[in-house]
Design a binder for this molecule. Sequence first.
Ligand code: NAD
Length: 459
Amino acid sequence: MAKQTTDIIEKSLHNLLNDPNFLPELKDDARDKAIHSLITILSTPNHIHKSYLRIARENGVIERIPAFRMQHNDTLGPYKGGIRFHESVNEAEVINLAALMTLKNALHEVPFGGGKGGVAINPREYSTKELYQICTKYVQYFNEILGPDKDIPAPDVGTSAREMDWMMSEYKSIHYGKPYLGSFTGKSVLNGGSLGRKEATGKGVYFTLRYLLHDYLQENHQQLAQSQTQQAAVALGCQNRPITLAVQGFGNVGSVTATEAYHCQYINNTIVAVSDRNVTLYNPDGLDVPALAKYAAANRGDLPFTKEQNVEAGIRAEILDREAVLYLDVDVLILAALEDQIRVDNVERVKSPIIVEGANAPIAGEADDTLAAKGTLVIPDILANAGGVIVSYFEWLQGRETQYYSESEVFEQLHCKMGKTMNKVYPLYFSSNKSLRQACFDHAIMRISTILYAQGKLF
Ligand code: NAD
């Protein structure tokens, strides 16, 4: 598991050791032992499942592709987490992502544990027929450990509703006559998916920012204005002035987050920059986000990156290199591309007082410490990008009941669930010297630990 994750888990447990509200029944030596046991339990996955999928390529060559399913912890319910198709997939990365799922679900009180899957391929290099074969083989190899009450995968980087539909269908054939709708989430609506699942992560990402600035900080203005810490963020929430935003990544998460910000009626947002794998587009007067989304949808997800393409898209923007988005002088930076974008070697160049992690782990551990020391407010991944798993939970419930919610019901329930979490962790952050990430981890780990203790599993 990544050192960053184990370090922060250990820090949370040491915070809890000194918290009188944490398992007051445990005293002295028993308390020390429980903390030690919890570090062991949470720093290691329950199960590591690994295989090599045997695939016959269309050119007649046989390939054996590394594939994983990691089951980190199931204290709160069946394992839950996406399946990633990416060439960089490896055992350590998938374990780390599974651990983050355990904590994300605990934080938002979603009744699932944490799992994650991965297949080490670049999906762009495989034909549709070959990808279908990979998906069905994945289910055949891991079918015994998957299922609606065991472990429920979803899409992740490189997979989508199409792959979930194929996988669910394979699961259904293998487990003929058994419930299957809840075996995979993120399916197409036609195949039992939930309305709003595709937009859920991006909507949730923007909602954490809007709720902070518009609802929480404005409502708590009087108390918070007296606090010496987190001054820049507090001021931003309370001044009620136009806010500038830059968004890194314009895929499923980034484009929906930018669109939400563009249409938001509560805050006067100006989206001055967006970026993707090719380019940063910058306009201090604001970008036409719907026009960019339309262009990207028609061009394999890519933003326009030449002057001619900008004209074609109807966009006025300066064309900068793709990393430039990170260093602009903006109020809010939203990271919605990949991991490790802000690191020790570039953190000093980052100027925004608020950063939102739409992607998983886009800020490396030591850089995170530097940002916390500067007073930058980071809305962490386990808080900000949970919209996908929350709506996956709604999908799982709808599949059980075979009753489906309207899109507006889905978003209303999503906001309600994320709002409840924020009402717990924002006060923790603003009343302490902890980072918001630490406050989220503390809250999630308190919940898992208390339940483990109640189940008699902590000695
Ligand atoms: P995506 O593949 O749809 O989009 C990724 C975007 O990042 C694309 O615009 C791509 O061009 C851009 N990009 C790639 N390399 C880049 C680089 N080096 N610099 C700048 N931009 C680059 O993926 P997504 O579904 O939007 O996921 C983005 C992140 O959010 C991932 O870390 C993913 O794990 C995380 N996440 C996604 C969901 C979800 O529901 N989609 C849920 C939780 C977390």
